[in-house]
Structure formats: structure tokens, C-alpha cells
Design a binder for this molecule. Sequence first.
Ligand code: HEM
Length: 501
Amino acid sequence: MFSVILSLLFIFTGILFGWQYSIHVHRSKLPPGPKPLPIIGNLHLLGKQPTHRALYKLSQTYGSIMSMRLGSVNAVVVSSPDAAKLFLGTHDAIFASRPKLQVSKYLYHGKGLVLTEYGPHWRNVRKFCMIELLSAAKVNRFAGMRREEIGLMVEKVRVASKVHEVVNLGEAAGDMIEGMTCRMLFGKKNDERFVFKKIINEILGVLGVFNLADYFPILIPFDLQGLTRKLKSLSKDIDEMLELLMKEKEEGNVSMLQRCDQTSFIDILLSLRKEYSNTHDNLSASIDRLTVKAVLLDMLAGGIDTSKSSIEWILSALIKHPRVMKRLREEIKTVVGDKQMVEETDLAKLSYLHMVIKEGLRLYPVGPLLVPHESIEDIVINGYNIPKKTLVLINIWAIGRDPKVWSENWPEFRPERFLEREIDFRGPEFQLMTFGIGRRECPGMNLGLLNIGLAVSNLVHCFDWILPNGMSPNDLDMNEKFGLNMPKIEPLLAIPTYRMA
Ligand code: HEM
């Protein structure tokens, strides 16, 4: 389908413009890259494999700062820690914007964080999200709720273990993270009027589609992929849901408030809105109704599948590497003793667990190209021209495979490498950028790591796992498929045995 549309597009726009194209204008000064074709540029080189893989291969020919043309968009692909340091460290302010994607027009006009261009609105929203919603103190307030959700997941798996049922571990983790996130955002995880899961999946589905109109704006009116239609209907559903949830809070529906955690994000955002409505500073102007909804939507879209996919990848790697699983289990046993469950307060003492998580996220980063950045002015980097409005993709999947950084044994899942060298997510050398670095780095990093740590440690501590149908761990497929948040090609299915009996 994609290639048919691409061919039609090629012919159509080719006729329209009579093959006149001005890509050669400053090409000699751009970073090296494959020669673009008229109209489609290098889009044909992305092929059928996931984009980060195609870009990794190309960067091995053209280098760690590679120039490409994607339709009518200038792009630069960055594939080494040194180059990433230039873009997200030294010149972070220039590359801290986002491209204007068609999807953001239908999802609150980019008034939240993820898809919002760099400027005063984004800065204000980011500031109050960091202080009021995602600071360590605010995240800690939900520790009790997280304990309940972990307990529910362990109990579900324990019931399955009694009848040797096969468990889909990604789904089990996803349900738990979704429960935690919805309770944190809305104070509840169930609502008889709508199914959170369905709406979340639809949002992620739309965000994961490669939208041709973003690279050929001339195509927007034709809606060749039917995305505009989908987006219009989805944005209506999302808005109805968020409006209902907000009105319920604003009208102080007593029975509802009694059932809810008083400090959910929606409560905090609405009370901030009220609090600031009498002041006339920039912050008050930023927290309007659209922004409250856009922020809630960003947290739903950014917070659930990222953690779910990460947990699934890390558990898969552990099942595939029994030596690492054994060592992790021994560490947990030493720290938690005879306790049935790992608590949040235990996590700081589980140093091997942290190395396992880092190693899992190095090899399987769920945002392999981060979220696209865009430059806000012309700049020269390493002697190359990077024009204003260049799309910048940071290939952290490639960086996680760079033998110059990780040595020749980079393909091995070997958490001990982090014992030998101090490398951290915000490390000054930009080797491990699972959450991005700089102005646009993930504001939910600590929460994400906490959720992953809790899920992985408890599923390892409470259960032994074997693969179904006599499958050997060596046969576990560790490839990914196309899609948002780098989903595994095959879901992780395994049979649990409860270890606490
Ligand atoms: C394992 C879990 C997670 C991973 C791997 C992850 C990864 C990322 C990445 C790669 C980015 C883009 C960074 C960039 O463009 O340079 C990002 C941005 C973002 N993430 Fe996360 N994330 C996770 C969890 C969360 C959670 C739990 C939340 C909130 C509840 C969250 C909210 C956001 C938001 C709002 C942004 C946009 C920030 C901005 O553009 O200013 N993420 N995340």
C-alpha cells in the first residue's frame, strides 16, 4: 500500500512540478548523505524494515551526521554520541523544537509538551509539569497506589500459574501500567462510560502511522491514507472523554470525588488553573482549558506504552539469559529476604537490577529515534550547514550498537558492562539516551524507571518462567516490528510458577 501511494505520489507531483526541484541549492555544504531523487528525496531508502534500522545501515556509509531529504523535508540523522552531544548538548537550544506534524492540529494544536514547538508556551507548560506533576515528591505520593497495582498484577499471574496458563507478559505489564497511569491522571482506572484502553490504543495507532502528508504538505487536502478522517473522529472521542472527566471534577460530584484520589493530575491541573486565573502572568495564560487536556493526553500517550514495551523487552532478555536472571534473583533475595514482594524502598539497594534495566534499554530503546527535533535557525556544525527547520533524528538504537562505545561485545546482553564503566542516562558523554537529553528530555524518566523497576523485580522475584511448547530461550525472537514504541515482533508468552508458595 505504502509503495503504491509513493509511486502515485511520485508521478503526480512529478507532473505538477515538471521535475523542477531545487534540492541542489546548498547541497554541497550539507552533511554527507545519499543522493535524493526528485520529489521523494530519499524516502524510497527507508524500505520495509523499521526506520531506525534503515538509517543505521545508511549511516555506516555516510557517517554519524548524515543529511537526507524526506519528501520536501530536510533531515539530519545523528548516530554517534559525539555528534549527539553537539546537537542535544552544545547547541541544544537550536534543536529543541518539534516539527509541525499534521496529527498535532487535531490533538489540541500542540498545546501540551510532546508535539509543541519550542517557545514560551512550551517552557511554561514544561515548568509546571516538572514542579507540580512529575517532581520526585509528587511521584512519591502515589507509592501506595503503585503497591496496590503491582499486587493485583502478581495476584493475576499467580492465579494463572495454578493452572499452568500461558501469560502474555507485555499485556500483563501493560494493564498494570495503564491502571497506575489512569489512577494517577484521573484518580480512577475504570469508567462505565468509556474504555480508557481502547482510546489509548487508538491514539497510539494514529501516532505510529508514517503520515505522507507530513513530508508532502501538498497532499493534505487529499487525505490519501484516510488519516485526517480518523484523526477528526478520534479527537472528538478524546475531547468528549476529557471534558466529561473535567466537568465531573469542576462540578465537585461528591460521589465521584469520594471514589477518587484527591491528588490526581486532573485535580492538580484544574486547581492550578483556578489558582492562577486571578493573576496575569505568563503561567496563568498558559494553563487554559486546551492545555489541561493536551497535557493529560501527552501523559496518556507518553507514559503507558513506553514503560510496557520496555518491561516486555527486559523480561524477554532475562528469560533468554538465565545466568543474568539467576544473578538478579539472588540480589533481590539478599535485599528483600523473606518478603513476598519487592517494595519501592528496596529498589535503591538493587544495583544489579539497575544495570539490567540499563542494558535492556541500551539494546531495546522504545524510542529508537527519540521524538523528532527541529532546528529553529540556521547553524554550522562540524563545517556543515544545517538550515533552519531541519528535522533532526537521533538514532539511539544505532548508538546502543556502536562498538566504539560498547566494545566488540555490544551484541551481548551483559549488564556487568555498567560495573566496568560509569554510564548513566543523563551521562555527560551521551552514550545512553533512552529518555533523550537536554531541554526535551523525557520529564517522566524517574517515574518510568520506577515503574519498570517495580514490575521487573516483582515478576522475577515471585515467579519462575518457562517458554511454552518446549521452546528454548535461545529461540526467543528478539526482533522488533514497525510501530510506535518499538514493539517486539512476537509478544512474550511464558508459563509462570509461583515461587512464594
Ligand atoms: C520507559 C519509559 C519511558 C521512556 C523510554 C520514555 C522516552 C521518552 C523519549 C525518548 C522522549 C523524547 C525525548 C526527546 O525528544 O529528546 C520522551 C518525551 C516525553 N515523555 Fe517520556 N518516556 C517514558 C516514560 C514517560 C512517562 C512515565 C511520562 C509521563 C507520565 C512521559 C512523558 C513524556 C513527555 C510529556 C515527553 C515530551 C517532553 C517534551 O517534548 O518536552 N514519559 N520520553
